[in-house]
Design a protein around this ligand. Structure first.
Ligand code: ADP
Ligand code: ADP
Length: 226
């Protein structure tokens, strides 16, 4: 069964603007899909519809075979990493990572085990009691990833997660994200406007242009057919 299916998905905003006319996309388990295209082409709109942060105007969204069009974000078994990290400033790193699990009512000992395991994977063990303002940009981004990872979701969504980092860190984090994703095997939908980032990360690319999926394929296939 495919992990994530977008069937004839479209978005028309309340003001009548049709941001996405219709997109068809089937994503297999463990695939790393990158949505790439210039500013305003509809990348965020599409990602936010999958996340449940934006209503779906037409079509069907299926996660592991279930139609989730009207499910709340928390019920979709997905985790999203944002460009601005979206960490809670008053909470420690530990509490930021534990937050979603606490909300799900998981036992404290289980939460601790999960948070500590992920913190170790991301090199955050020494930073668990700090507040976000006491962290560098790269560390904040790791915490945001950690918060997504502890929930062990079916799908990761990334919205330009590296665009606030400097060039060197961007390359380093890009490699880290891909290695972690391979290790976890979590199906991933990743948005960027950076073509190099897209080519290096993707199993398959979706090139969006004015809300249309202009090209879909492996980096190699798209590179050879410009
Ligand atoms: P991208 O993420 O590729 O930069 P977006 O998905 O943010 O693109 O936006 C796609 C198009 O939809 C843009 O033309 C944008 O102006 C428009 N748009 C985004 N949000 C809204 C909204 N709430 N109401 C109307 N139009 C919107
Ligand atoms: P509460 O639920 O009342 O906040 P907790 O025991 O969950 O109490 O957390 C107390 C503080 O200790 C939190 O702010 C958190 O940052 C820190 N903390 C809890 N568990 C750990 C842990 N395993 N490693 C590091 N810090 C922790």
């Amino acid at each position: 069964m495919s992990d994530l299916v977008l069937r004839n998905i479209g978005k028309t905003y309340a003001n009548g603007y049709q941001a996405i006319p219709s997109i068809d996309l089937t994503i297999e388990e463990g695939e790393f899909i990158v949505l790439v295209g210039p500013s305003g082409c509809g990348k965020s709109t599409l990602l936010r519809m999958v996340a449940g942060l934006e209503s779906i105007s037409q079509g069907d969204l299926l996660i592991k075979g279930d139609q989730v069009n009207h499910k709340e974000p928390a019920e979709r078994d997905i985790a999203m990493v944002f460009q601005n990290y979206a960490l809670y400033p008053h909470m420690s790193v530990y509490d930021n990572m534990a937050y979603g699990l606490k909300n799900r009512g998981e036992p404290k000992s289980e939460i601790e085990t999960k948070v500590n395991a992920v913190a170790q994977m991301l090199g955050l063990e020494e930073l668990l009691t700090r507040k976000p303002r006491q962290l560098s940009g790269g560390q904040r981004q790791r915490v945001a990833m950690g918060r997504a990872m502890v929930r062990d979701p079916k799908v990761f969504l990334f919205d330009e997660p590296l665009s606030n980092l400097d060039a060197k860190l961007r390359v380093q984090m890009r490699v880290e994200i891909r290695e972690l994703q391979r290790k976890l095997g979590t199906t991933t939908l990743y948005v960027t406007h950076d073509q190099v980032e897209a080519m290096t990360l993707a199993d398959r690319l979706v090139v969006l242009n004015k809300g249309h999926a202009e090209q879909v394929g492996t980096p190699m296939a798209l590179y050879e057919r410009p």
